[in-house]
Design a protein around this ligand. Structure first.
Ligand code: PLP
Length: 394
């Protein structure tokens, strides 16, 4: 029996590298993983306590498919106080992780043949989501010397009559680029009178460095807010990747359609996680300062080390917890019997010979780079950087 066309999905190279690294570890090989996409800090205790309490109080049944009102109200409050965005409760839907938020937002906006503009490098799942839905990805290649950011001019060239959605992700995975308010507002200015949705993935908003400030493009004007779908969640800010709580805020008709879609597909996000989410959003978030300063310390150490590693150069990320070094000078060279032709060869060589797991740039739509996550201990980072240097010294 033939499977549906939409089942033709590329496996995630990020997960593939992680799986390969885990398999090597299982065989007793000492692999250091820089492939993780999740904070290495435990979920805060008060959040865990709230989940235990929810179980004890039997809050273990179906909830409304679009999420419990208590959590939605806190999301509304958060968006107002932290992002300067006013929404009513029916403009917010709770999803099972931000990946689910992004997929559902695309599912209710993208028709077969519609174009979705995606600045590259991009998070691995965006392009596959668009493909699954029968949409067409239109990539805008950004440049390292321009901070991996698109400009209004780039965007203007990419927009056609078929454009339905622009995907924006700031702070960015994998580059760590953070759009300033000015940069975003220039883009917003161009889009004010253009009839497309902006899907703004703000999942890394809390992880920004050197005094930078995260800004949502939806704050530009009421007109822009009416076409922006804000995607966010608790995974990265509260170290709750396994709990699966994301949320979406935007125009009423989009949010209502997502609620109905969930009603017939996933159902509600896990009830216990939603109650844990209530505790998370009530936190004073002081722990975040510590996390961010620890990430910042690791970032500085890694960037300095990478820039003294042969054949590698690395610019400093402005947010998130990844560096995206340029490794194109390794291409065409041979290291310890391994011929390197692209970022996949390099990531495989680094894993097999160097015993360090990274993710090839190809997974994010650009060759010439690899992604190194610094959501791992300083001890691992020190060891891993030495292994990288050893592997690339000829
Ligand atoms: C840019 C981006 N958006 C969304 C997500 C998904 O987050 P969640 O774990 O909440 O589904 C990730 C996770 O890595 C991400 O990097």
């Amino acid at each position: 029996m033939k499977l549906a066309e939409r089942s033709n999905i590329s496996p995630s190279l990020t997960l593939a590298m992680n799986t390969k690294a885990k398999e090597m570890k299982r065989r007793g090989i000492d692999v250091i993983s820089f492939a993780a996409g999740e904070p290495d800090f435990p979920t805060p205790d008060h959040v865990k306590e709230a989940a235990k309490k929810a179980i004890d109080e039997n809050k273990t049944y179906y909830t409304p498919a679009s999420g419990i009102p208590e959590l939605k109200e806190l999301v509304v409050k958060k968006l107002k106080e932290e992002n300067g965005l006013e929404y009513s409760i029916d403009q917010v839907v709770i999803n099972s992780g931000a990946k689910h938020s992004a997929f559902n937002a695309l599912a209710v906006t993208v028709d077969e043949g519609d174009e979705v503009i995606i600045p590259a490098p991009y998070w691995v799942s965006y392009s596959e989501m668009v493909n699954i839905l029968g949409g067409k990805c239109v990539f805008i290649e950004t440049r390292e010397d321009k901070g991996f950011k698109i400009t209004p001019a780039d965007l203007e060239k990419a927009i056609t009559e078929k454009t339905k959605v622009l995907l924006l992700n700031s702070p960015n995975n994998p580059t760590g680029a953070v759009y300033s308010k000015e940069e975003l507002y220039h883009i917003a200015e161009l889009l004010e009178d253009i009839d497309i949705f902006i899907l703004s993935d703000e999942i890394y908003e809390k992880i920004v460095y050197d005094g930078r400030e995260h800004v949502s493009i939806a704050t530009y004007s009421e007109k822009i807010k009416e076409k922006t779908i804000v995607v966010n969640g608790l995974s990265k800010a509260f170290s709750m990747t396994g709990w699966r709580i994301g949320y979406t805020a935007g125009p009423k008709e989009v949010i209502s359609a997502i609620g109905k879609l969930q009603g017939h597909s996933s159902g509600n996000p896990p009830s216990i996680s939603q109650w844990a989410g209530v505790a998370a959003l009530k936190s004073d978030c002081s722990f975040l300062n510590e996390w961010v300063s620890e990430f910042s310390r690791r970032r500085d150490y890694i960037v300095e080390n990478l820039n003294s590693t042969p054949f590698i150069s690395c610019s400093k990320p402005e947010g998130a917890f990844y560096v995206f070094p340029n490794v194109s000078e390794t291409f065409g060279k041979e290291f310890n019997g391994y011929k390197i032709n692209d970022s996949v060869d390099l990531a495989n060589y680094l894993l097999e010979y160097g015993k360090i797991a990274t993710v090839p740039g190809k997974a994010f739509g650009v060759d010439g780079y690899i992604r190194i996550s610094f959501a791992t201990s300083m001890e691992n980072i020190e060891k891993g950087m030495q292994r990288l240097k050893d592997a690339l010294t000829i």
